[in-house]
Design a protein. Sequence first.
Length: 256
Amino acid sequence: MDEATRRLLEVTEKPIFPPLYDGVKLPAGEDAFEAALAAARQGADPATLFWEDRGDRVELAIVLQPEQSLAQALPVLHVGMISIGDALGAIVPPQVAVMFGWPDRVEVNGGLAGGLRLAAPEGCALDTVPDWLVLGLTILVKRELIGGEEPGMDPTRTVLHEEGCGELTVPDILEAFSRHFLLWVSRFGEEGLRPVAAHWLERGSGYKESVALSYAGEQHAGIFTGLDDSGGMLLQTETVETLPLSAVLAGPSWVL
């Protein structure tokens, strides 16, 4: 590992998580999402949180044990999104806009800065209570510029340090997210999707506007009018089309 890479990955402090979590630190480069999946399949306790020990990006995954059917539990993805939205909103400068691209993208000042992903047991039917779920989060914090590259050359992608958040560290984000996620997952369990959906739409990119997106291998366009009872997108065309959230189980819509 060269010196530039070492500095980029270096973490100088350990995050402090709420006591409910069983935090598992992984070395940089060891996939937190895959580690959580392996642990979930082996019966890991819920609230086991895996995180990579690196300074350039947040990579974490949490093992969950839902009590409702898979269809009803899918919006935990949106719970994760509003949790990272609130977490960043509390610690980044006020001029930094954190928005959500349905179904699983996190955007900062209009550029893709990360996203979430969700996995369930293979073959689990939507009307069946899954034995586990794994929720993953990735947020880009900083990067080394190569050659003549400058910040902002690609307006569709960004990292937090290039958006006025130069003092922010990975542990800051891990700690803030873990606190907000506990709050929102508890509220989701008690009150259902309604408050989650309302809060998600406050940061929903393109909400009440014309949008065009690729979803499950097909192109869709219309006015984004809201979320359905399972967290799917309601798209007004000649009729109301619903794009189900279940497609996220096939993999994330974003690539970093």
